[in-house]
Design a protein around this ligand. Structure first.
Ligand code: ZN
Length: 115
């Protein structure tokens, strides 16, 4: 895997043709854009937990916590549960409301990207 990303590798994107203007933007376009962002972010070698803006972007687009097990279910040793989310949230002092909003935004992105 390479850390070198070029815009030409990403656009016009693998699935949905880019809209001619904003009047024709559909949920498919938004889903495509979010999927591209969600795909390329983890390819970068930077530590997304080292910067507060990076931490939010990663938390919304990729997610810090376990997404394998549904809410309220037991986590196992492999998934790590919400440990990474809590650690990042604690590092940057996210309030309970901020933590909930990031979880809600992440759920919205997941609904749009289908992952
Ligand atoms: Zn889990």
């Amino acid at each position: 895997m390479t850390n070198t990303l070029h815009l030409s590798d990403l656009l016009p994107g693998p699935g949905v043709k880019a809209p001619a203007n904003l009047d024709t933007v559909t949920l498919d376009h938004v889903s495509e854009a979010l999927t591209v962002l969600r795909t390329i972010l983890p390819l970068d070698s930077r530590d997304f937990s080292a910067d507060p803006l990076d931490a939010v972007l990663y938390g919304v687009l990729v997610g810090w916590g376990c997404e394998e097990h549904p809410a309220g279910a037991r986590h196992d040793e492999e998934c790590g549960g919400d440990g990474a989310f809590d650690e990042v949230a604690d590092t940057f002092g996210w309030s309970a409301d901020q933590r909930e909003r990031i979880r809600q935004y992440r759920a919205a992105v997941r609904a749009m990207t289908g992952d």
